[in-house]
Structure formats: C-alpha cells, structure tokens
Design a protein around this ligand. Structure first.
Ligand code: G3H
Ligand code: 13P
Ligand code: ZN
Length: 330
C-alpha cells in the first residue's frame, strides 16, 4: 500500500474548489505512453496549469498498471525539473468495479471514478457508496456518474444519450458522498459524436452539432450549488487534424466534436473537470502519418514520435489557455 501523498500527487478537492470559484475547469488528459505524458507535463508546466492524469482500464491493460503509476510519480519530479511544482492528480478513468478502484487507491492513485451509470440507480448508489467509504479512509477523492453518454465506453455501447435527471442528483450525492459528479448533457466519447444528419450547416458550410443541454446543467447547479461537475466526451475533433490524417492515407469519416465555444461556456459554470482523450489521439496520428508519408526512409521511432509529442503539446496548451481557462492557475 502506498499513499499518493508520498508520491507528491494531490487529490481533486482543493483544485476543484479553486476552479469553481475562479470559473475555469481542470483538464483531464488520458495517457497510455511516454510521449503523451511528456507532452501533458510540458504543456501544463509551461502554461502553469493544474492537471489530472487519467488512466483508463484499457490503458492499464495496454501499458501495465505498475509502469503507469511509476510514470505518474516520475511526472511529479519531471514537472519540478521543468521549473514548476504544478498540482498533479492521478485519476482512474471509468472504474467499473470496487476491486479496480481499491487496487488503484492502494497503488497510489489520488482520485478514482466509479462509473455505475450502466447499473440501476439503486445499484449505482450502492457501488459508488462502497468505493467512497474506502477512498475517503485514504483521503482519495471519488467521481460518480449519473446518466449515460451515447457512444462507446470501454466495451459498452449506448446508442442514445440518457440525459442526467436533475431530480436524482441531490439524493445521489447525499447517499454516496461523492466529491464530483459526471453528467450526461449531450457529449459522447470518440471522434464521431454526432451524425451529419443531426447537424445543421452554417454559412461557411461547416457542420454545426446540436447544442449541449445547458438547461440540464443549470437545473443541476441550482439543486446542488457549488458541487463540482465533470464533463466526459469533451474532445472538439479539430478538422485540420482530421484533414492531415486523411491527406496521408487515413480514412476518418463524419468526424464531429463538441464546439470549443460550448466547452468554454461550460468551464465557467460548475463544470470543474473536462475529459479530453480523442483530440490527443488525432494529433498524434496526424503527425505520425505525415512523417510516414513524407519521409518513407525514416525508421527511428523518435523521428515520428517526437513530432507527435510536439503536436500534442501544442494541442494541450491550446486547451488550457483558450478552452478551459486553467492556464496560470497552478
Ligand atoms: O472514456 C474513454 C477514454 O477515452 C479512454 O479510452 O478505454 O480506449 O483507453 P480507452
Ligand atoms: P473524448 O473521447 O471526447 O476525448 O472523451 C474522453 C473521456 O471522456 C475520457 O473519460
Ligand atoms: Zn469518459
């Protein structure tokens, strides 16, 4: 058993309080490998932003849970080496069982998500409560979820959104004791968040998706004032990156994300944490495809992973400065 405190990590309590009061949101970036982690830390140190490093169960399977934990520990030291001891949270993304959450807490995670949203309401409350009881003994913060995002979450596919019901949130946060709540207001995971026929075309011919359900968010804010809200599925799917991928042999079709202006607006509300994974995948893939296509003689992985890392860093800096407003808040 190792406490995250010994590793120099922090839980999310204090940074969410500051984000709520300061009307900005903390970036939660997923990582599975070295280059992603380097880019996240470089960007957040340079822009002086707190950051949440997210590990999914898929990432644990891909990279090995022990390696990822030591990498996060290394990230704390790396940030200091780069010149600023920014607050860093190590968070389990979409934990689905008590055992997985416990395992992460025992190995040094400072925050966990227990995603019971696919269960009945009663089972979700029971499971979330059990995780909170264990986590809080170790001063680890817990994110719960109410409502179901359309799209794919690990192996579970939901065809339609089940929006969070504001009538449930007070009972849920009271009974479970969670520290933050992920809600469903129209975002979804992946790079195809809407179909073109769900969108309208603006004057420039660009597809504009239906707006997020800010009415639901506002209703929730009234019922649990000051309570930290989390938005999953918040990639914007930059079309310039998609164009580079397709130019160099990719075959991405009908990619539509959440407009940045909507996320900017959400970040000034009770939304304190914004999850972004897919945009990073697009940035990496675009850079790697470009090197592969334009420098066919290159076979040193550093020569394509290096540009991918630089592109990721640029993307993350843009997110914290222009979308989430967390730059300068570390
Ligand atoms: O919400 C899902 C995250 O984007 C993580 O994705 O399960 O493929 O690692 P993953
Ligand atoms: P995106 O697929 O929109 O990046 O969402 C990531 C996420 O919610 C991770 O939990
Ligand atoms: Zn998610």
């Amino acid at each position: 058993m190792v406490s995250y405190k010994e590793l120099g990590l922090v839980n999310s309590r204090e940074i969410f309080k500051k984000a709520f009061e300061g009307k900005y949101a903390i970036p939660a970036f997923n990582f599975n490998n070295l280059e992603q982690l380097q880019a996240i830390i470089q960007a957040c140190v340079q822009e002086k932003s707190p950051v949440i490093l997210q590990v999914s169960s898929g990432a644990r399977k891909y990279a090995n849970q022990t390696l990822l934990r030591y990498m996060a520990q290394g990230a704390v030291e790396y940030a200091k080496e780069l010149g600023l001891n920014i607050p860093i949270v190590l968070h389990l993304d979409h934990g689905d069982t008590f055992e997985l959450c416990k395992d992460c807490i025992d190995m040094g995670f400072s925050s966990v998500m227990i995603d019971g949203s696919h269960h009945s309401y009663e089972k979700n409350v029971e499971l979330t409560r059990k995780v909170v009881e264990y986590a809080h003994k170790h001063d680890v913060t817990v994110e719960g979820e109410l409502g179901i995002l359309a799209g794919i979450e690990d192996d579970v596919v939901a065809e339609h959104h089940t929006y969070t019901q504001p009538e449930e949130v007070l009972d849920f946060v009271t009974k479970t004791g969670v520290d933050s709540l992920a809600i469903s207001i129209g975002t979804s995971h992946g790079a195809n968040k809407f179909t073109p026929d769900q969108c309208t075309r603006n004057a420039q011919g660009i597809l504009v998706p239906p707006p997020l359900r800010f009415d639901i968010l506002e209703a929730i804010e009234k019922i649990i004032p000051g309570f930290p809200i989390v938005l999953h599925g918040s990639s914007s799917v930059p079309q310039d990156l998609v164009a580079v991928i397709n130019k160099y042999g990719g075959a991405l079709k009908d990619t539509i994300g959440i407009p940045e202006a909507e996320l900017r607006k959400a970040a000034t509300s009770a939304v304190c944490k914004v999850n972004i994974d897919s945009d990073g995948r697009l940035a990496m893939t675009a850079a790697i495809r470009e090197v592969m296509a334009t420098q066919p003689g290159e076979f040193d992985p550093r020569k394509y992973l290096g540009p991918a890392r630089d592109s990721l860093k640029t993307l993350y800096m843009h997110k914290v400065v222009s979308v989430l407003g967390s730059a300068g808040k570390a």
